[in-house]
Design a protein around this ligand. Structure first.
Ligand code: GAL
Length: 837
């Protein structure tokens, strides 16, 4: 009776209340040691402000199901302390709630306190006010900086301690990070940099978190701090002391997206290869950066020119949906690695050469009790190798995992996980938010009396303090009547800027626009302009698209105009740079807070049937109904230029549809074999980096919703549509010779006697509504374009019976089950299905 009561009390304690059992975390030469046990840990980055608290439990649940043990996040100082001494931990920035959600799911946390984050996050996570402390120098041995950094470290560590969130207190945090990749830039800071590393390490250790600290990409990380590796591959890397474990804190699941660039992706075969090689060669902790990337809402994106989507081709996509086959293939990999855990942590590997670019690493408990990884790291040749008297086929650039030194239960190049056809437009329901728009035309140039004058061109960030993306530089040019023949005079204007974009108006008319890019934000804007006699106004709107977040001294990298030259057609030059200029920070619409719900009924908005289109500096507003269902919602802004959008007053981020990526360099079917880099696999060449902008469901009201757009360059709001995903196309092809699912293997079993399975699973809560294609035989083409081959049996009814109406299904792939249309030919089962809510 007592036991039953006790159990029910535990069950009713709700989400956050896991019993507080203290967990000890130390490390040795091999691994993190948790409660006395060395562990192999799979970790994944999920940054809490890049989604909404409502979505956190679902993301964490999917991460756990995907085989993760740890969730890693940075801490974003600039949003936690927007004003010095004034803290914010609400909404998307509720760090304690996030850590507790991870705990509730039974996972560990790696807290990268930094406080420098990088992360394609505005200013790398540093608050802007920090820059204005006289005499401060960031990330070096500067007392002012060190004082502020220490204050924030203490703040976060105490916050976690007060909530009992460190493992030794019964919480989930097993690891903490100080700084971030400082080793990459340390050289630029000279001796002061070396001293800073030492100070940062001592300060962190002095905070007594009772869990180990790491410094990533930091070869000189002082003991007891663990230095860790970041990169696309870390198998050849080793820590700076034989007493430290080999850990990998950033394994890029894909890459980040910038406006004006094609969309990067990383084939899962290569990602799995990198992970398998890492564990094969003695690694014991690995973190996917990102496991869920999410969205850079508002002006949180770093820069320059980081896009709003931070999808990252991660296993969980921007909307919180599973990205297949990436998620599934990695899940299978994690299962296979886990089955080797006991061996991996208890022995050092014995390396055996199996031929050129072929090797095995064997982890022995005894001669007959071992686990092995067989690798073919040749980028083009497949091979058949001999290992312990058996022969094994190893596709190029792949690793096979044998938890018992006999059975291959996973090969990194053999994907049996389903594919989600997310890029297909048929999965989205499209509605126009509205045909009735109101608008407001922004004033060009100075719009208020809080403008000010200065001689010469001011650096932008020091002027705006990042309170806005925008700074107006205005002046006037007086043209002597005598010099103007025929009323107007055509001259050239040459404007040079440190970044990121500038829009030129002469006599209040738009005459030129130019911009830099993520790799080099500086640019030159040239325009031929017509001046009339008398006074001519020159207004330049200089725009920022995210503050720099990376590199040595990135915090003092400037932006804005630095040279303006007028060139007469006869060749004479007038340098306007040192003239008297008038400045205005921000735009009039921002000042009026037109994005706010409270301004929706203001009389400044103009209503009428003729909506102005393709004009610069316009605000648009409309009201729409929330789309039905509970799937992802996005705004399609492909018909717009550049700007920002708000839903019910919340910014869903910057958009820039008119900035197209270069038209070449893409390969949709990128070969996973060979060393990957961020430019290797790209899609969407010649297109905008992003056309769909995520609207989190919790930001929508059940009834009417307010949409406000600020269009800077020119667009047509009647092209804007709202898209909602209410369907999912899933597809899989598995052949008789493929491996059975890794999770079905049991120690002592002969895996080859098991039958492969074709598995299909819908998103949480969705069900298979119909089978669009089902063939057993020799179907042709990959998922998305699969069609019947010469040998074919129609297995629709078998598949239908097994799958329709269910959240997922599994079908054995064998002639005995499915019929045999062509004996002695290796056959494949291919199925495409539609899931609905
Ligand atoms: C790393 C950095 C991460 C992130 C990544 C690229 O250098 O540590 O925070 O910026 O690059 O996505």
């Amino acid at each position: 009776m007592f036991n039953v009561l006790f159990l029910s009390i535990l069950l009713f304690q709700g989400n956050f209340c896991r019993t507080a059992v203290s967990t000890s975390v130390v490390y040795d030469s091999k691994a993190l040691v948790i409660d006395g046990k060395r562990r192999i840990l799979q970790s994944g980055s999920v940054h809490y402000p890049r989604s909404t608290p409502e979505l956190w439990p679902e993301i964490i649940r999917k991460a756990k199901e995907g085989g993760l043990d740890v969730i890693e996040t940075y801490v974003f100082w600039n949003y936690h302390e927007p004003v010095r001494g004034e803290y914010y931990f609400g909404g998307r920035f509720d760090l304690v709630r996030f850590v507790k959600e991870v705990h509730a799911a039974g996972l560990f946390v790696h807290l990268r306190i930094g406080p420098y984050a990088c992360a394609e996050w505005n200013y790398g996570g540093f608050p802007m006010w920090l820059h204005f402390i006289p005499g401060i120098q960031f990330r070096t041995s500067n007392n002012l900086f060190k004082g502020e950094m220490e204050r924030f470290l203490v703040k976060i560590v105490n916050l976690m301690k007060d909530e009992n969130l460190f493992a030794t207190q019964g919480g989930p945090i097993i690891l903490a990070q100080v700084e971030n990749e400082y080793g990459n830039v340390e050289g630029s800071y000279g001796v002061a940099g070396v001293l800073y590393v030492k100070w940062a390490a001592e300060t962190a250790v002095g905070l007594n978190t009772t869990v180990p600290w790491v410094m990533c990409q930091q070869e000189d990380a002082p003991d007891p701090i663990i230095n860790t590796c970041n990169g696309f591959y870390c198998d050849r890397w080793s820590p700076n002391s034989p007493f430290k474990p080999k850990m990998w804190t950033e394994n890029y699941a894909g890459w980040f997206l910038s406006f004006g660039y094609a969309v990067p992706f990383r084939p899962v075969e290569d990602l799995a290869f990198a992970v398998a090689r890492f564990f094969e060669t003695g690694g014991t902790f690995q973190n996917y950066y990102m496991y869920f990337g999410g969205t850079n809402f508002g002006r949180t994106a770093g820069g320059p020119l980081i896009a709003t989507s931070y999808d990252y081709d991660a296993p969980i996509n921007e909307y919180g949906y599973i990205n297949q086959p990436k998620w599934g293939h990695l899940r299978d990999l994690h299962i296979a690695v886990k089955k080797c855990e006991e061996h991996l942590v208890n022995a050092n590997a014995t390396q055996i050469s199996l031929g050129q670019n072929l090797e095995a690493h064997v982890y022995y408990k005894s001669f007959n009790d071992c686990a092995a990884f067989l690798a073919n790291y040749d980028s083009s040749s497949n091979a058949t190798v001999n290992f312990r008297g058996r022969s094994y086929f190893l596709p190029a650039w792949s690793v096979s995992i044998l938890p018992d030194c006999v059975n291959v239960i996973f090969n990194t190049a053999k994907v049996v996980s389903q594919v989600t056809l997310d890029d297909d437009s048929s999965i989205w329901d499209v509605t126009m938010p509205s045909s009735s728009w109101s608008w407001y035309k922004e004033k060009v140039g100075i719009w208020s009396n809080n403008s000010f004058e200065a001689s010469g061109l001011l650096e932008q960030i020091n002027t705006t303090k990042d309170s806005s993306d925008f700074l107006w530089y205005t002046t006037s040019i007086n043209v002597d009547e005598k010099t103007v023949e025929n009323q107007t005079k055509e001259v050239g204007l040459l404007i040079m800027s440190l970044g990121h974009a500038a829009f030129l108006f002469v006599n209040k008319k738009p005459v030129g626009f130019s911009y830099g890019n993520h790799d080099d934000a500086s640019f030159t804007l040239t325009a031929k302009i017509n001046l009339h006699s008398g006074n001519n106004t020159l207004d330049v709107l200089s725009m920022m698209i995210g503050l720099q977040n990376y590199g040595p001294w990135f915090d003092i990298q400037g932006a804005g105009l630095y040279s303006v030259i007028l060139m007469d057609l006869e060749g004479s030059k007038a340098d306007l740079s040192n003239m008297q200029w008038t400045y205005q920070v921000g735009l009039e619409g921002e000042f009026l807070e037109l994005e706010n719900v409270s301004m929706a009924n203001s009389s400044v908005w103009i209503q009428g049937s003729a909506i102005p289109t393709n004009q610069s500096l316009l605000w648009y507003k409309t009201v729409f109904d929330a789309p039905e269902g509970n799937g992802p919602v996005a705004l399609n802004l492909s018909g717009m230029g550049k700007g920002q959008a708000w839903i019910n007053g919340q910014s869903i981020g910057r958009y820039w549809s008119s900035n197209l990526s270069p038209s070449n360099g893409c390969s949709e079917n990128c070969d996973y074999r060979g060393t990957y880099n961020a430019g290797k696999c790209l899609k969407k060449c010649g297109q905008p980096a992003q056309t769909l902008y995520h609207i989190p469901r919790p930001w929508l009201n059940p009834g009417k919703n307010l949409l406000v757009i600020h269009e800077e360059l020119g667009g047509d709001p009647s092209t804007i549509s709202l898209v909602a995903q209410n369907r999912q196309r899933i597809c899989n092809r598995v052949s008789e010779t493929d491996l059975p699912p890794a999770d079905t293997w049991e120690s002592g079993e002969d895996f080859a006697s098991r039958i492969p399975e074709l598995r299909l699973t819908c998103e949480t809560g969705w069900r298979i509504a119909s089978i669009r294609f089902a063939s057993f035989g020799t179907p042709e083409g990959n998922c998305g374009a699969v069609k019947q081959g010469t040998c074919h049996t129609d297995v629709s009814s078998i598949v239908h019976k097994a799958c329709v109406g269910k959240s997922g299904c599994s079908i054995p792939v064998s002639g005995a089950e499915l019929g045999d249309p062509c004996p002695n030919v290796a056959k494949t089962l291919a199925v495409e299905a539609l899931c609905t809510a």
